[in-house]
Ligand binder design. Structure first.
Ligand code: ADP
Ligand code: MG
Length: 250
């Protein structure tokens, strides 16, 4: 993997990050730089700290040691920056996390209207644009429970895009879906990747990793054990833990 040129500031910089849950050290010293436009897949065994790491990038979790800089903003401990970063970093969860009492359209317009002061008209126009892009504009007036899992996850992606994020984080976005719905969500993510979105995706969809990732990161026991472009990662994993993991999932 070519390193970004020295003059290009990475859009995400993680340095020496350590995090504890009580006495349990969940992140044991993470260093990571992500270039703008880069597409990263993070994989690894359950409990290895993948969700914790990407939640830290959005300040959904605080870290006890090290620093995180997102798009030039220091996250560690600065409340004002945290709000700004959250507005720039979209997040899609395994369990969709749509607001059940709001329509699809309202799910998409709420944050832009509340946090950006966008007018209702403008927010709705933007929402329809992104709902069209994820190919479900006709569902706008329905409620989440009326949609399939795949449709709900596409709404979650559209909702995140309505904030015009510079970075999108995905935490196992297809793990809760019935198999026949996985493809429609992955296709949406592939579309985003093709448009140049900076993406970090925790996923075990290795076909997706092969197709779109610039770099695959393997985590175990709270650390980045190995990282490589997909071709190299899948054909010549260096670490025994990586080989074991790939043996289990491929
Ligand atoms: P992954 O996403 O790789 O499965 P997580 O980041 O969710 O891993 O969790 C890493 C470890 O931290 C696991 O052992 C998990 O049980 C623990 N953990 C996660 N969240 C919490 C929490 N809020 N409090 C205590 N322990 C947690
Ligand atoms: Mg997880």
């Amino acid at each position: 993997m070519d390193q970004p040129a020295a003059s290009t500031e990475p859009i995400i910089r993680v340095e020496g990050v350590e995090k504890w849950y009580g006495k349990f050290k969940v992140l044991t010293g993470i260093d990571l730089q992500v270039a703008a436009g880069e597409r990263i897949v993070i994989c690894g065994p359950s409990g290895s700290g993948k969700s914790t790491l990407i939640r830290c990038l959005n300040a959904l979790e605080a870290v006890q040691k090290g620093r995180i800089v997102v798009d030039g903003m220091e996250l560690t401990g600065n409340r004002k920056n945290i709000d700004k970063v959250r507005a720039e970093v979209g997040m899609v969860f395994q369990q969709f996390n749509l607001f059940p009492h709001l329509t699809i359209l309202q799910n998409c317009t709420l944050a832009p209207m509340r946090t950006r002061g966008v007018s209702k008209e403008e927010a709705e126009a933007t929402a329809m644009k992104y709902l069209t892009r994820v190919r479900i504009p006709e569902q706008a007036s329905k409620y989440p429970a009326q949609l399939s899992g795949g449709q709900q996850q596409r709404v979650a992606i559209a909702r995140a895009l309505c904030m015009t994020p510079r970075i999108m984080l995905f935490d196992e976005p297809t793990s809760a879906l019935d198999p026949e719905m996985v493809k429609e969500v992955l296709d949406t993510m592939i579309g985003l990747a093709e448009e140049g979105m900076t993406m970090l995706c925790v996923t075990h969809e290795m076909g997706f990793a092969r197709q779109v990732a610039d770099r695959v990161i393997f985590m175990a026991d709270g650390a980045i054990v190995e990282q490589a472009p997909p071709q190299e990662f899948f054909t010549a994993p260096k670490h025994e833990k990586t080989r074991q993991f790939l043996g289990q999932i491929l």
